[in-house]
Design a protein around this ligand. Sequence first.
Ligand code: ATP
Length: 487
Amino acid sequence: MSDKPMEKIVALCKRRGFIFQSSEIYGGIGGFWDYGPLGVELKRNIKDAWWRDMVSGHDNTTPPPAAPSAYEMVGLDTTIIMHPQVWKASGHYDLFYDMFVDCRACKARFRVDQVQDSACPHKPSKRPGEHSECDLTEPREFNLMFKTYIGALIDPSSEAYLRPETAQGIFVNFKNILSTSRVKVPFGVAQIGKSFRNEITPRNFTFRSREFEHMEIEFFCAPEESQDWYSYWRDRRVAWYVSLGLSSSKLRLREHDPDERAHYSCGTADIEYAFPFLSEGEFGELEGVSHRGDFDLRSHMEGKLIREGNELVVERDENGQPRHAGSGKDLSYFDDARQQKYVPHVIEPSAGADRATLAFICEAYDEDAIPDENGVPQDRVVLRLHPRIAPIKVAVFPLVKKDGQPEAAAEIYRGLKAKWNVYYDEKGSIGKRYRRQDESGTPFCVTVDHQTMDDGTVTLRDRDTTVQQRVKRTELAAVIEERIRTA
Ligand code: ATP
């Protein structure tokens, strides 16, 4: 097991208001989690950093390092419930399932691929099926899409699904984007939004939830350049996690074996992180990057595709009709530069905002000892979050509640608030106030003291080193801004 005990991380998340069990006062509901006041800021900062780095801050005119060429990026926000035919043509209706077994004796349900890691509810030292009373069924399929009904009629004609991924909203809008935003291949479309999967065994805190957020890019490119773009995106996405503080030694890029890949995939790699709830040497998926060929756009043109030898062909029913029809719309692309018409290939970096949030929390969690006001070492818990994603950037304290210090501190607080999420606190000893912020991941604390009233300087304390530096009030915002920028 890791040196960072998961129970302590979960306890900190609750104690400091990062993550709560959904509907906790009613006993909770399995696989659903709420983000508290600090958690919502952290997750929002992660999503904002992703959006800024991948979409709004992307330079359309210059090739990024290692990219085959310059490319454009645009965003999209599509609905959670879509036309049911979307999921039939995409293959999710038939194929988006996990295999499970039930125990007839204890009524527990297990994912087939997780039986080896699960405990028998009657005898936790044994695995399901190993106890004399266990009576497991044969493996059965379980579709992970949540079903709902549209309108007042509850019958098969009104069935619809909560999306299990945001990607399909991008594919079905491919023509709309092309005709309205003047993008040209190669270009990417990004979307952040909720997805729902009726996971058989939600587990490991938020890692496997039933409601979570995707951060997905569908990158459209010419078929002959697709392998280069696939390599580019794999490396680019790993570098993004490292740039925000995940240690590269706990991250790995794992290329799937051909027999592990979906039938349409020309290459899939998972970006994985050594989460503390996993055994030594094990990694959990943070993001999948896959080369999907022309599968998605063709499916929405022609209908559900299956593999026959090297070909993807429309699956037919007994009457020779498509088993699940596509839209019939032409989603091919005319490439002016190449003077060629083709169905673009797709590279999909598909990340989970919740798993990313969990990974950043796990990575940041640390325990050390720092001297108190009297020089005596005190244990502390510190979240060493990258300043860009830290929920609170700066906490401002008056050292004492008199001599004009609260007024001066409040004024500084209001000034910094215009830029960042800043916290004001005048209650309790200064040491306790620092430690509360250390646990919250706040990278900078500003303290107004007697000297401030004389010379207009404040102390700026660094969370990680605990070093305090005197800074002029007038220069504070610029100093903090620079530290965030260069972190
Ligand atoms: P897994 O194999 O862990 O079930 P997956 O391969 O099905 O994941 P994708 O469909 O590739 O996942 O989704 C992309 C990303 O979405 C994952 O890398 C993960 O970060 C996130 N994700 C998927 N399922 C869940 C879930 N149940 N809870 C939280 N995040 C999820």
